[in-house]
Every structure is written in structure tokens, then in C-alpha cells.
Design a protein around this ligand. Structure first.
Ligand SMILES: *Cc1c(COP(=O)(O)O)cnc(C)c1O
Length: 359
């Protein structure tokens, strides 16, 4: 028998979440963000549910090629653009829409004298201070690209650092409007948080990622509170049970010490499966549908849960690490991280199942 750990991906949930994007931003086209292998869900698994999006957005050429292999002929936004000449050749061949955030990329692109016009998006830095042009240099980049014969549409984009906060977009939005005033071209600003919280940012193209997978983009509300459906469930089983007397401990470092006669369920899931090793005691785990508390340090292949109050639980009981009944956001909060990281961390060794025909 294989280890019972399983990641189940539900394309119908992804389709529902894309419909939420359409409800929230009915006037905008939508780039479906599928970077990091669709946030760990698998590009091919979610593609059918996202095929009504207006475009796909991702980082790597290899992932763009996989989207093309799925049959996608529409636009693909390359979120960090290209890095070298080999990348650029693939951009032209796969007809990608690169983000331009640096003059070296423009030199490269114009130097390659593309045979067919290349659409691009110029990235403006409005305070994130990772990628993009600030202080009027974006306008110059746009003008240079627009003057070149080999360039098609020149779009304008930015990324918000604090769109999860109620008033988090005001400053960057004003800065973007100032930097791009009078420039033509489609605009793209909004990530998931902006799609859900800030209609003023929706513009021509939105760029939702995490919400497509049912995760929350904010720390204070879980995905279901935004009517999002979890697209991934990480499940396993109890493979053993231990009885501890008061004062006995469990696992590496003996972190959890029983205060009462304690039953410990041993779950086939560890940090080598992507579950965070730093999960503290008390992190919720569902055992046979009942909420239980992680007890003891997560090890490589196993984790341990206090199942004292679930007497019916035993070897073979179903375990949900996160999913429909236990939002990934809640688990992430206990672990001091975000649902994004837990989804992306699910390891290649975890078996995957894609629900056919929807849920
Ligand atoms: C990842 C990413 C997104 C999507 O962000 P979410 O918070 O997952 O919606 C949008 N835009 C850019 C530039 C990104 O890198």
C-alpha cells in the first residue's frame, strides 16, 4: 500500500472561484495567475477550469510552454519578463507578453528585431520597490517602446504591497495614476486582494492568483468568508496510536508533554510532504472530522496529534491537514505564514488526484 497522504485537486472549485472574479470585476479582463505550477495545484489539473480566463500569467518559460501545450492560444503574461537571450527567443516563439521592468530588457528586445509585433506590459514601481520603473522613467520606457516598430500593444502595470488592508491601495494608486497620466494602453493593477476589496483598482485587466485556489489574500478572513472554495485538500490517515501517561512526551525534542492520560494519533504527513515543521502545538488537524490539536514537533514523515477527545479515532481514521472543512488560511495563521506558502509547499512525493467532472 502506498503512504495514505493525498492532495486532491478540485477543478470545479477553481471554476467557481474564477466566477467570483467575474462577479467582483465584471468590466475587466482576467489574467489567471498560474505561477509556481498553479500555486502547487498543477497547471494541467486546473487548466480546464481556467480556460475561460482572458489570459494566463506566470514566471517561467517552461510553464508557459505547458500552458500552450494545454491548447491555449491567447495571451500569456510573463510576470518578470525575460532574463537573457535564450529566454527572449522562447518569448518570441511562444508568443508571450513579457513584463518590461528594466531598460536592459528593452535593449534586448529591440535588438532581437522581432519578426511579428510583441505585446508588452511596462511595470511601474509604486512603492513595492522590487521591480519596475519609478520617477518618470516608466513613461520614457513606454515612449521608447511605442516608437519602436516591432512592438505591439504597450500595457501599463503595477503591483500593490498592501492591498489586503482597507486603505492599502490609496497611495500606490495615486502614484500610478500620476506616473501614467495621459499614456494610452491597457492597465493592470489588481491582485486577489484588490479584486475582492478595491474596485477602484480593477482597470482593464485584473491578476488574481490565490483566490482562484480558494485561499484568502488577507490575514484576517479565511477564503470561505469571501465565498471562495478550496481547490486543494491535503489528507492522510492515522497509521498508529500511542497511549501516554501524564509526564510522558512525544517526538523529537520531547516538545509536547502529556498533562493527562493522552492518546496520540500518528499521521502519515511530515515536513518532507510540505507540512511546515515550525507548526506549533495546537495547530488544528481534523481527525475523523473532529478538530484536534497538533502535539509535538512535526518530523520528516509523520506528525502527531492529541486525539484523547476523539475515542472513535484509530488506525485508518481519515485526517484532513487542510481543505474543505479546515481552511488552509487557518492552519497557516497558526504557523505564522500564509495559505499561499502551504499550497506551494506540497511536495512532489505527495500523490495527487484530480476530481473528474467537478465536485
Ligand atoms: C503573484 C502575483 C499576482 C497574484 O497575486 P495573488 O495575491 O495571488 O492574487 C499578481 N501580480 C503579480 C505581479 C504577481 O507576482
Amino acid at each position: 500500500m502506498p503512504r495514505p497522504i493525498l492532495a486532491t485537486v478540485d477543478p470545479a472549485a477553481v471554476a467557481h472561484n474564477l466566477a467570483r472574479v467575474r462577479q467582483c470585476a465584471p468590466q475587466s479582463r482576467a489574467w489567471a495567475v498560474v505561477k509556481a505550477d498553479a500555486y502547487g495545484h498543477g497547471i494541467e489539473a486546473v487548466y480546464p477550469a481556467l480556460a475561460t480566463a482572458d489570459g494566463f500569467a506566470l514566471l517561467e518559460i517552461a510553464e508557459a510552454a505547458r500552458v500552450r501545450a494545454c491548447g491555449w492560444t491567447g495571451p500569456i503574461l510573463l510576470l518578470e519578463g525575460f532574463f537573457d537571450a535564450a529566454d527572449l527567443a522562447a518569448v518570441l516563439e511562444l508568443k508571450l507578453t513579457p513584463v518590461i521592468h528594466d531598460d536592459a530588457q528593452i535593449d534586448f528586445l529591440l535588438g532581437a528585431r522581432p519578426a511579428a509585433p510583441v505585446d508588452v506590459f511596462v511595470k511601474f514601481n509604486t512603492g513595492m520597490n522590487r521591480l519596475g520603473y519609478a520617477d518618470g522613467r516608466g513613461r520614457k520606457a513606454v515612449e521608447r517602446l511605442r516608437a519602436a516598430g516591432s512592438i505591439g500593444t504597450v500595457g501599463l502595470m503595477m503591483h500593490f504591497p498592501e492591498a489586503d488592508l482597507p486603505d492599502g491601495v490609496v497611495g500606490p494608486l495615486a502614484r500610478f495614476e500620476r506616473e501614467t497620466a495621459g499614456l494610452p494602453g491597457p492597465r493592470s493593477l489588481a491582485n486577489s486582494a484588490s479584486v475582492l476589496l478595491h474596485p477602484a483598482t480593477h482597470a482593464d485587466w485584473v491578476r488574481p492568483g490565490i483566490l482562484l485556489y480558494g485561499g484568502s489574500p488577507t490575514g484576517d478572513r479565511d477564503g470561505p468568508a469571501f465565498d471562495l472554495r478550496p481547490a486543494m485538500e491535503l489528507t492522510s490517515e492515522l497509521i498508529a496510536v500511542q497511549q501516554l501517561a501524564p509526564g510522558e512526551a512525544v517526538g523529537y525534542g520531547q516538545r509536547f508533554v502529556a498533562q493527562r492520560p493522552t492518546r496520540i494519533g500518528i499521521v502519515a504527513c511530515g515536513y518532507a510532504d510540505g507540512y511546515p515543521r515550525h507548526a506549533p502545538d495546537g495547530t488544528p488537524v481534523l481527525i475523523g472530522g473532529e478538530r484536534c490539536a497538533l502535539a509535538g514537533r512535526v518530523s520528516m514523515d509523520m506528525l502527531t496529534v492529541d486525539i484523547t477527545d476523539v475515542p472513535q479515532a484509530g488506525i485508518g481514521s481519515r485526517v484532513e491537514l487542510f481543505g474543505r472543512a479546515l481552511p488552509v488560511d487557518e492552519v497557516a495563521r497558526h504557523c505564522g505564514t500564509i495559505g499561499y506558502e502551504l499550497m506551494c509547499a506540497v511536495a512532489p512525493r505527495v500523490a495527487r488526484r484530480v476530481i473528474a467532472g467537478g465536485s
